[in-house]
Design a protein around this ligand. Structure first.
Ligand code: HEM
Length: 128
């Protein structure tokens, strides 16, 4: 149900939803480079820091929320879905300010969805 409403809301603002697997396709191989932070997907195509030889090619095609929160590029954080970890209030603040920074700079191409998280949530609600 939550997934349905996410889909409706994103369609109504003319945007796409991405699963983590779909986002991974935008790693530069098809010419496009996207990153996700705090639920939003940004188009960073053509931005030198995300290209090979730049500072951040390892972030491309990934949800970098948890990496930003921990200030770490370690794969374990970059591949950790935000719903799986509990961020401290300070980490959440850091993530929000990164999102604001990216929002000012880049075009938002969609939102990221975690179907497994929604399933878990629905299971929990059914148990209540
Ligand atoms: C020693 C650690 C780090 C240093 C010294 C550093 C330094 C910087 C600097 C100077 C900028 C440019 C800021 C600006 O344009 O206002 C930047 C941008 C950025 N950093 Fe880092 N950083 C570090 C770690 C990280 C980590 C761990 C991540 C991600 C997991 C990260 C992700 C980013 C992103 C996404 C940007 C924005 C690039 C853009 O303009 O699109 N940084 N960093």
């Amino acid at each position: 149900m939550i997934g349905f409403w996410l889909l409706v809301s994103s369609l109504s603002i003319g945007q796409k939803t991405f699963t983590i697997e779909e986002l991974a396709q935008y790693n530069g191989d098809n010419g496009m480079r996207y990153i996700a932070c705090d639920g939003l997907v940004f188009d960073v195509t053509g931005v030198a820091v995300y290209e090979p030889g730049g500072s951040y090619p390892m972030l491309v095609g990934k949800d970098i929320t948890v990496g930003l929160a921990w200030n770490s590029y370690e794969e374990k954080w970059l591949n950790t879905h935000p719903y799986e970890v509990k961020l401290s209030p300070n980490q959440q603040k850091a993530v929000t300010s990164w999102k604001n920074f990216l929002e000012k700079k880049y075009k938002i191409v969609g939102t990221i969805i975690y179907p497994e998280a929604e399933e878990k949530l629905e299971e929990k609600q059914e148990e209540l």
